[in-house]
Every structure is written in C-alpha cells, then in structure tokens.
Design a protein. Structure first.
Length: 130
C-alpha cells in the first residue's frame, strides 16, 4: 500500500521542495520507491519511523492524538497513519513540498504539479505488472 498526502507541510523544513519524504514499514517497498524516484526524477528521501516517535502521539484521554507537537511533525503524522496499517507493507509519501513546487515544464503547464504520477506508474510497471 502506498499513500501520498500533504499532511503537515513540516516535511518542507527537512527536505525543501526537491524530495518527498518516504516513510515505510517495508525495506523492499522503500527501495523500489527510491529507485522509481531516481528513474523518473520524482525524488524521495527515506525518513525514520519508530517507537520513540510513536509515543509522541499517545494520549491519556483517547486512543491517540493527531499531533505530536512541534518537533518531528512529518514523522508523527506518518506514525499516525501507520497505526491503521498494521503489518501490511506500506509507504507514506509526504508530498507537501513537491506537490506545491509547480514550476512550468514540459510536463506541468499549470499550477498542479501532478507529482508522484510518474513515480507510481514506474513502480507499478516495473514491480507489479507482469
């Protein structure tokens, strides 16, 4: 499972608008996405997940809270999604920076960048179509 979202904008502090943040519970899927990103020019950078970040969204009053505070915002947003994924191989691409970076090009003629379409097309073509 792969999701693309512009959850927080916090990823832009770490990566600017050149790379999407890649969060995943599966090393193989991560490697395939990294390769597809290099091949298409839609670059991703793997970011950390882990229990030390997960505890930031624990709550005394609810199952969890939807913010981990000021630090690690993109990480805690991914941890939030990850709680619903379970053991399913999964990757979250935080495209807040790349999704809003929309310079005119031969591919992008308007405001919306369409970032991730070529990346996912390459991933599916190379790894999931037979």
């Amino acid at each position: 499972m792969v999701d693309l979202a512009t959850l927080t904008g916090a990823i832009m502090v770490a990566l600017g608008q050149e790379h999407a943040g890649l969060f995943s519970n599966d090393d193989g899927l991560s490697e395939r996405l990294l390769k597809a990103g290099r091949d298409t020019g839609e670059k991703v950078w793997r970011m950390p997940l882990g229990p030390e970040y997960d505890k930031l969204i624990d709550s005394r009053f609810a199952d969890m809270k939807n913010t981990g505070g000021r630090f690690g915002g993109s990480i805690t947003a991914a941890q939030f999604i990850g709680r619903f994924v379970g053991k399913t191989p999964w990757a979250h691409l935080d495209i807040a920076g790349t999704g809003f970076a929309s310079p005119a090009s031969d591919i992008n003629k308007s405001w919306g960048s369409g970032w991730g379409v070529r990346l996912l097309d390459r991933l599916v073509a190379e790894d999931y179509e037979g």
